[in-house]
Design a protein around this ligand. Sequence first.
Ligand code: NAD
Length: 376
Amino acid sequence: MTQQHKSRRSFVKNLSLGIGSTAILPVLSSFQDLNEKIGRTDRKKLNIALCGLGRYATLLARSFVDTEYCNLAGIITGTPSKAVDWKRRYAIPDANIYDYGNFDTLKDNPDIDLVYVVLPNGMHKEFTLRAAAAGKHVIVEKPMAFTEKDCEEMITACQKAGVQLAVGYRLHYEPNHLEIKRLGQRKVFGQVRLIEVSLGYSIDDIDPNDWHLKKNLSGGGPLMNLGVYCVQASRYVLGEEPIAVTAQFGPVTKPELYTEVEESITWQLYFASGAMATSTSTNSSGVDRFFASAEKGFFELSPAVSYGPFRGRSSHGEFDFPVINQQAAQMDGIAKVILAGKQLPEHISGIEGKKDMKILEAIYTAAETGKKIFLS
Ligand code: NAD
């Protein structure tokens, strides 16, 4: 039995004890439907090719062992030595090893169903478009692209090609996050008035040539890299879109590194319900916290947005959810839907990435102009 399977079993056990049951039941029952359709009767797996074999792709590759519906079938890399190493490590057939030059010949390979784009942000759009043109489903890492317009192009290209487009939002399958979504959206403690959610880690020892510091490859600093999670959590806990944004850049303490992108940024999202969400994404370690204050109580996670394990509590007491492999849960969740021939739910699709990108663009505009930016 895989770790993922064990986690799911203990998750179900927790549900039967009534912990977070209202939040999870709809999700679980749709999993059960899909299990009946595919998982129990047809062991077919989704054949995934990872594109870009850096740090996160390495973590994803290690997570396949915890999936039930995903197979690491291929790789796309510009580094020949990585191709040799990954072929040996993950038993990748030669026919499923590509570089960025021959990527487009994926269209002739029926053994790859989906390309998972794990490249620097500035390459997400190009490789999503190329994967769609090759007739492959796509998972693209966050942030989806640089602009709302780019996201729109990616969505349209996938629609035209008849393939599905998902964004690598791993927290949409994480039980603590499903719980805060339930508590917020169902107003268990009344209307949420204030959310404070921030994420930061120190990259002081970063190679000055690292793509995260280059605007053409990153699109920006910690807002693009980490802030997108904070915007996500604010939106899915409230279940509504912000109507306005204000933002401020923080001080630059490492001018030698931060010549092209911000070192830190703080922003405020304003919602029609009267709720406000405030966040900071910064080059400082140990910033990983979510707190929501509602009319009749609070709920919080800390750690909250990283790879966990998360700890959570509310006015009703401590959370007690299983620790899961977030990457495996995300890939399995997407694979099950695609294998069942169903449409991905909007919250994990390119449409969700586009909504986030609109807000990230507004945050940068607000920080640059000092003005409150209204979103239509
Ligand atoms: P990384 O630098 O470790 O890996 C990037 C890969 O892209 C490397 O293999 C590199 O060789 C390749 N590459 C190809 N062309 C390149 C170029 N011109 N410049 C630099 N690298 C190039 O980065 P990473 O941390 O693996 O991030 C990759 C993507 O994954 C990013 O979009 C990032 O936001 C995302 N990510 C997501 C999560 C998550 O939790 N969902 C976590 C980390 C990273």
